[in-house]
Design a protein around this ligand. Structure first.
Ligand code: PLP
Length: 361
């Protein structure tokens, strides 16, 4: 069996060395005599794994000591409710920027619990850019300000963070966490589903400033209260033990690669290879506005639906898989997370050039 180049938006490619390490430890983790999957989450051996995972993440992201790291379940989508339930602690008002499917879902959910105002939106232009933000229009009485830092489906990302003053900034970082340097102290909450850039599905990481914990609305279910998990060090109930273990291996791998600054540099090089090609191609076209282009998810289209189809089919035969775009955008999307080697992007571009030569008139 040959491994393919997997451009899936998520669950997505993992570093091969991580998979090999997991394979090596599959039957017997160190001297425990069992697989990590079979371990009590309260055992000493597992305690070390989860603590090391947290320690590595803190080191990689330089997380200040007044922030808690929580390992939760329920996907990033559960955070769409958990954020308002926990942060509507004063005026039950929040500002949201609408930049795609994931912000829309978050807005819809948050509206159940309070007043949601859309400060800016790029919906009319098909979410192909990040809208201009004017901080004088932000509500200073909002309980929080919400953004999706990287829009997985439309391939846009914030290059500047909004200045929200005293209002806590909340970011859904599911598809770009650990891809570039980020100053955690600028955020009230950062959350991310693991299955894009951190590990397997089943784990959701929440990084939260301590003063935002402990003010949940009365109706908040115990499992949706950040305090429940913060007080119990993510061990209130059984955490997603194996996903956390794999994430720990991914964090170690990132450290070996030189950390986030080194990853950012590599990610920028990788994205540039593909964008440079798209910018000069007469057949392929990138769909996101240049100033806001994502380093992780790169959507592009061909002139006709037939060509899109043909490209995706031929790509699969050549070992480039999961290039089909999201159903709401169509065309193609190459997700090139941390674990996608530069070589994978170079080879994809070579294949695209061949396709262009064959099909250009
Ligand atoms: C994938 C994704 C989600 C949804 O994540 P789940 O873990 O499946 O709930 C939310 N936000 C963004 C930005 C995503 O890319």
């Amino acid at each position: 069996m040959k491994r393919v180049y997997n451009f899936s938006a998520g669950p997505s490619v993992l570093p091969e060395s991580v998979l090999k390490e997991a394979q090596k430890e599959m039957l017997c983790y160190q001297d425990s005599g069992m697989s990590v999957m079979e371990m009590s989450h309260r055992s000493e051996a597992y305690g070390k794994i989860i603590q090391e995972a947290e320690q590595l993440l803190r080191e990689l992201m330089n997380i200040p000591s007044n922030y808690k790291v929580l390992f939760l379940q329920g996907g990033a989508s559960s955070q769409f409710a958990m954020v308002p339930l926990n942060l509507f602690r004063k005026n039950k008002k929040a500002d949201y920027v609408n930049t795609g499917v994931w912000s829309k879902k978050a807005i819809k959910e948050a509206k159940r619990y309070g007043n949601i105002r859309i400060v800016a939106s790029s919906e009319e232009e098909g979410f192909n850019h990040i809208p201009e933000l004017d901080s004088t229009k932000f509500d200073p009485d909002a309980d929080y300000f919400y953004i999706v830092s990287n829009n997985t489906i439309y391939g846009t990302r914030y290059t500047d963070l909004p200045d929200t003053g005293e209002v806590p900034l909340v970011a859904d970082m599911s598809s770009n966490i650990l891809s570039e340097v980020c100053d955690v102290s600028k955020f009230g909450i950062i959350f991310a589903g693991a299955q894009k850039n951190m590990g397997p599905a089943g784990l959701t990481v929440v990084i939260i400033r301590e003063d935002l914990i402990g003010h949940a609305m009365d109706i908040t279910p115990t499992m949706f209260n950040y305090k429940t998990h913060a007080d119990a060090n993510s061990m209130f109930n059984t955490p997603p033990t194996y996903s956390i273990y794999i994430a720990k291996l991914v964090f170690s791998w990132l450290k070996e690669q030189g950390g986030i600054l080194a990853m950012e540099k590599r990610n920028k090089e990788k994205a540039k290879i593909l964008y440079d090609y798209l910018d000069q191609s007469t057949l392929f076209k990138g769909t996101a506005a240049k100033k806001d282009r994502s380093l992780m998810n790169i959507p592009f289209v061909l002139p006709t639906e037939e060509l899109n189809k043909a490209f995706i089919q031929e790509a699969i035969q050549q070992g480039f898989v999961n290039l089909k775009g999201h159903r709401s955008v169509g065309g193609m999307r190459a997700s090139i997370y941390n674990a996608m080697p530069t070589e994978g992007v170079i080879k994809l571009v070579t294949f695209m050039k061949e396709f262009e030569e064959k099909h250009a008139k």
